[in-house]
Structures are given as C-alpha cells and as structure tokens.
Design a protein around this ligand. Structure first.
Ligand SMILES: Nc1ncnc2c1ncn2[C@@H]1O[C@H](COP(=O)(O)OP(=O)(O)OP(=O)(O)O)[C@@H](O)[C@H]1O
Length: 270
C-alpha cells in the first residue's frame, strides 16, 4: 500500500489545518455539555439523568451494548434530536461545526454518484448545497482521496467500491468538511486491520489538530488504547469519565454481561 500523504502535502493544508490553534481561533470555543439529560425514541425512554461534557479537543468513545442509545446520543449532540428532559449547550457551535460519519449500513450505496462527486459533497459548507466546486475545492477533493488511498478510484461509481473502500470514501468526505467536531458512528466496523489502522491514524491526526472527536465504538481494546475519555451506556444511564476509571472489569461485566471478564487487555469486539 502506498504511504498516505499527510499534513506536509501542500494540497492537504486547506483540508486538515496546520496546527492546534492556527485556524483563526476556530478551536477556542465549543464545549458540549449535557445536564441531567434524557432522550426518548418512539415515545420510549432510551437514557436519562445523563450529565457530562465534551471539552474542545477531547477524544471520547461512546460504548455500550446494542440498543443502549449510542446513536441516539450522537443525534442529540448534533442537534438532530431534541432532549426529552434536561439541557445541552454547545459552546457556540452550530450545525456547520459538526462533521458526521454515519453507520455505513444506513447509506444507500446504489445511489448513482461518482466517488469524486461524493467527496465534493463534503464541501457543501464552502460551495453551498447546489454550488459548483471551484478548482481549489477540486484540488482538496483529490488530496482527500489521496489521503485515504483512493486516488485511483476517483471516476468510479460508489456502488463499485468494496465495503472498506467505501468507508475510506466516507472519511475523505469528512476531511472535506473541515469540521471542528468529528462525530463517528461505528467507523471501523467490518474493516480489516490495515484499513482500520489507516483510518484510526486519520482520526488521531484530527485530534492532534485540536478537533473534538466523539466516536461510537465496539472495540474495547481500541477505546482503551486510543480514547482518553469514554461514555459507557447501560440500563438507561451513562457512566462518563476517564477511560481507565470507567472501563473496569466490573462495569464492563455489567454493561455487556457474560460469565467471565471478557475484556482482557487485548483487542476484542464488544
Ligand atoms: N426510529 C426509531 N423509532 C423507535 N425507536 C427507535 C428508533 N430508532 C431507535 N430506536 C430505539 O431506541 C433505542 C436506542 O437506539 P440506538 O440506535 O440509539 O442504540 P445503539 O446503542 O446505537 O444501538 P446499536 O449498537 O445497535 O447501533 C433502541 O431501543 C432502539 O430500538
């Protein structure tokens, strides 16, 4: 595999920024805070009494068994779903400050669109929803595809990509958003190890640039090694804090069940 260009690639600078605070002060605001929050779906409570905050530049995993409300929490964070109770403040962030990578399974991959056009869609903040991409934006799109090792796929339709290639494409699209808060819903599910490592390195780059990262993950080892903070959802409640304090054998046993501690310090999927 060809080594991915990084921030030293001149064409990438418009995409990834140059340093933690060097983007016109864009990194100086943006704490997301929930206070005694509750969410419902279809009239049913999902979680309640949730309090905690994502500080600017933090990197937080959201963990918990299926159906505990992880995606619901992401939707609340981005302002897509109102709280049933409690408050959320976003420190001056608006919808344009959020870059979102949804679960791959909810995207219609038969939609007739090329790889390049899909990536360009990530630049809607710059081009407008129906605007034309100028040369600068197109150069950024090419650089984003290069960054995820998809430069050879630019002219193909998205339906022709493998699952791993499609996930790389979603990351390239996310690069184009230049968003301050990166929200990822199961970004590495069903990917092989090299693809996961490549894309995880990109997430770490975003974090190093001072962006706030919030990711739903099922790999407890990955959370322990890469994510300093975690929100663990279980039985309608959230345990929120530093990862080593929250992901203990007892809390994991409670959250995921099983007859023994299934979470040794090696990689395992939840
Ligand atoms: N559109 C909907 N209408 C009614 N209930 C819903 C809807 N979407 C989700 N739910 C319910 O809300 C709860 C939380 O769902 P959510 O998708 O947030 O969980 P999750 O932890 O992200 O699950 P998973 O790990 O399976 O992706 C679940 O009980 C689910 O059945």
């Amino acid at each position: 595999m060809v080594a991915a260009p990084g921030v030293h690639d001149p064409a990438m600078r418009g995409i990834v920024g140059t340093d933690r605070m060097g983007r016109g002060g864009a990194m100086t605001h943006g704490a997301i805070r929930l206070e005694d929050a509750a969410a419902t779906m279809g009239g049913q409570p999902v979680w309640q009494h949730v309090s905690g905050s994502f500080s600017p530049g933090s990197m937080t995993a959201i963990a918990g068994a299926n159906g505990t409300g992880k995606s619901t929490l992401l939707r609340v964070i981005m302002g897509e779903l109102p709280l049933a109770q409690g408050t959320i403040t976003r420190g001056g962030l608006g919808p344009r400050d959020f870059g979102y990578l949804p679960q791959a399974r909810i995207i219609d991959r038969n939609f007739p669109i090329s790889v390049t056009d899909m990536v360009l869609g990530g630049a809607w903040r710059q081009t407008g929803a129906f605007g034309r991409a100028d040369r600068t934006v197109r150069l950024r799109a090419a650089a984003a595809l290069r960054r995820v090792n998809l430069e050879g796929q630019a002219e193909r339709m998205i339906s022709a990509l493998s699952a791993g290639q499609f996930q790389r494409l979603l990351f390239a699209r996310l690069l184009m958003t230049d968003a301050q808060v990166i929200v990822l819903d199961e970004p590495f599910t069903a990917l092989d190890t090299p693809t996961t490592q490549d894309l995880l390195a990109l997430v770490c780059e975003w974090h190093a640039q001072g962006r706030t990262i919030i990711a739903v993950l099922h790999d407890i080892h990955q959370i322990r090694t890469c994510f300093p903070d975690v929100v663990l959802l279980h039985a309608g409640r959230a345990t929120w804090g530093r990862t080593p304090d929250i992901l203990t054998p007892v809390t994991l046993q409670r959250a995921y069940g099983g007859a023994r501690d299934p979470w040794p310090e090696t990689g395992m999927q939840a």
